[in-house]
Design a protein around this ligand. Structure first.
Ligand code: EPU
Length: 347
């Protein structure tokens, strides 16, 4: 291969404000992907320089101070209603679109079904990677297919929902690791007629929502309530660096759940279809006394123990050291091993 990659293709960039944790990060080789026709170049970069980090809004990443591996910033844009079937709205959205702006636009257009996922930071392309979920809706229930570029072989693939291998905060795109897939577009299928999802306790008891008559309820009401709940509980990354939930909610067996519930009657848990139980990691961490904890530049949010925050000058090592301490204390008290949710990017 005789490809030349000059400085107009790969350029250094400061990624400190391109990750929601606000970690200082200098990247040596960044490529801005603006068009689908440039995808071959991404594979060429991988071939010549090594597996790239595919970057959306950096809302689920822990970046090192110096990033030598190439970085591809996905800036593909476009939202298109491709089908208005009697049973679904079908919408194609490019990977670089901002997630919340798309959800807000969909609600404006009357394409209901994503409102429970309002205000989640990140891009549309990143959303299937960790199968985002909130307030009773997981993304996979709204996806028809995902079109992704396989970087190592330079080929485009379209995966049906089943082929995406979705599970809680996981997908084949995440499992295949850094540098394998670049999500080009996502095809959503939003079921019609719309039926609101309000089972989640925070929504079921929301003071404004509970005043709205069932027959008058719209996706906008739920969208507004979700935004309200999130603004109250979760820190705004523009004000205080964070990556949302830092740990996954752990799943334990029925027998472990029973033992824990006997010892800790306040344990917050959600029964799973397979007969095991998902535990609220935030509750476990809170019980260990971490909420509001601060150690220099890093800390635990004072309204949600599941969220680690950067007070300004934290490095990846500081965040990970705090995560390790929390992991250890939860394991000692409850015998439960927490798993980190964001992706730790090696240099
Ligand atoms: N809790 C505490 N103390 C805390 C935090 C939570 O006691 O400091 C208790 C709450 O009172 C509640 C339970 O734990 O009874 C669950 O808390 P919450 O409803 O706040 O949700 P979560 O389980 O902490 C998950 C997702 C969030 C998502 C919310 C709403 C994960 C890891 N997190 O959080 O997703 O927004 O449910 O559906 O699944 C994210 O992934 O970044 C994220 C924010």
């Amino acid at each position: 291969m005789s490809i030349q990659l000059d400085s107009t293709v790969l350029h250094p960039a400061d990624l400190s404000s391109a990750n929601t944790l606000g970690l200082a990060c200098q990247a040596a080789q960044v490529f801005d992907l603006n068009q689908v026709s440039q995808l071959q170049l991404v594979s060429d970069i991988a071939h010549l320089k090594g597996a790239p980090l595919v970057l959306g809004s950096g809302s689920n990443l822990i970046l090192p101070a110096e990033l030598t591996r190439p970085v591809v910033r996905v800036m593909l844009s476009g939202i298109e209603l491709v089908e208005k079937a009697s049973d679904a709205w079908v919408i194609d959205v490019a990977g670089g679109e901002n997630w919340h702006r798309f959800v807000s636009y969909a609600v404006d257009q009357g394409w209901a079904g994503l409102e429970n996922l309002a205000l989640i930071p990140g891009t549309v392309g990143a959303s299937p990677v960790q199968n985002i979920g909130a307030y009773g809706v997981e993304l996979d229930s709204r996806i028809r297919s995902v079109t992704a570029w396989h970087i190592p072989t330079a080929q485009m693939h379209t995966f049906s929902r089943d082929e995406c291998g979705f599970s809680y905060r996981d997908s084949r795109f995440k499992r295949d690791g850094l540098g394998a897939w670049l999500i080009v577009s996502v095809r959503f299928s939003l079921p019609r007629p719309w039926s609101p999802v309000m089972s989640y306790p925070d929504l079921a008891h929301h003071p404004v929502l509970s005043l709205v008559k069932r027959e008058e309820l719209t996706a906008r009401h739920i969208f507004d309530a979700v935004c309200d709940i999130r603004r109250n509980k979760l820190p705004d990354p523009n004000v205080l660096g964070n990556a949302g939930s830092f740990f996954k909610n752990p799943v334990v067996s029925d027998s472990q759940y029973r033992q824990l519930k006997l010892a800790f009657p306040g344990l917050v848990s959600y029964p799973q279809p397979q007969g095991n139980f998902k535990l609220a990691a935030g509750w476990l961490i809170d019980q260990c006394g971490w909420k509001g904890y601060r150690d220099g530049a890093v800390g635990v949010h004072d309204r949600q123990a599941l969220v680690l925050v950067n007070y300004g000058k934290a490095r990846a090592e500081d965040i990970l050291a705090l995560a390790k301490k929390i992991h250890r204390s939860v394991e000692q008290r409850f015998g439960v091993s927490l798993e980190i949710e964001p992706v730790v990017v090696p240099e």
